[in-house]
Design a protein around this ligand. Structure first.
Ligand code: ATP
Length: 226
């Protein structure tokens, strides 16, 4: 029998909408890193971004539909239920208090998020609370932007996935996940222009978007881009 300790991971995002660029790399990551569960954490008031187009209830429903048949995933609504910005470090603090200091915990991000991690609230506290598991994302370099950031990365790099199970937090794992060239922005833009979203997200989510008339014209953000 294996004495490997269960590794639970969290995956935060706006999910406006959830798509295969979220799901496929994370499913591959789960196999590579031996993840027990992946808890999706849709956020309410993303600190660095414009407000989502879909309502909180619609984003939650899309996540529910996307993971309905996949036992790897579950859903945690705590960030949605908060009125303050969804700072990841606050959520992790809370989860640590609930789960104790010994349980290995991981937070999943895409490579684009790793490159801007130094802008996150209390980013330097993150690795005392969790491991960071990083999925590849097309168009984003695996090299950090500055020598200081690169040094930080190399200091914390997990060379083998087993290391993630042997300590509760503190490692960064760069996973060789499939490159999936999809973003929620692209999906919203396609739908605003009347193009189909086929193959970009699960059929149940696509049907929900159509039923709710989500991401139809006019694009509420277009005026801001002119
Ligand atoms: P938007 O286009 O609205 O900015 P998004 O598609 O980037 O959205 P988010 O919900 O903001 O999706 O992302 C949540 C997390 O998912 C982030 O850590 C991001 O890096 C990751 N992610 C999103 N799309 C991909 C992708 N195609 N490949 C790998 N990671 C991704």
């Amino acid at each position: 029998m294996s004495d490997k300790i269960e590794l639970h991971a969290l995956y935060g995002g706006t999910f406006d909408p959830i798509h295969y660029g979220h799901l496929k790399p994370v499913e591959a990551l789960a196999a590579l890193a031996g993840l027990h569960t992946v808890t999706l954490l849709p956020n309410n008031v993303p600190p660095h971004r414009p407000q989502p187009e879909a309502s909180p209830a619609q984003r939650i429903e899309m996540v529910r539909l996307a993971i309905a048949d996949n036992p790897l995933f579950d859903l945690d609504l705590r960030e949605m239920q908060r009125n303050t910005p969804s700072f990841t470090v606050d959520t992790l603090d809370e989860l640590r208090q609930e789960r104790g200091v010994k349980q290995p915990l991981a937070f999943i991000i895409g490579q684009d998020s790793l490159l801007t991690l130094h802008k996150w609230h209390r980013w330097q506290d993150l690795l005392s609370l969790c491991h960071l598991l990083v999925c590849q994302r097309p168009g984003y370099s695996r090299e950090m932007t500055t020598p200081e950031q690169q040094q930080w990365l190399e200091k914390h790099l997990a060379k083998r996935p087993e290391e993630l199970h042997q300590q509760p937090a503190g490692k960064v794992f760069l996973a060789e996940t499939p490159l999936v060239s999809i973003s929620a922005t692209e999906i919203r833009d396609r739908l605003h222009q009347g193009h189909p979203d086929a193959d970009l997200l699960p059929p149940s989510v696509s049907e929900f978007i159509a039923r709710e008339g989500l991401y139809r014209n006019p694009n509420p953000h277009a005026i801001l881009r002119r």
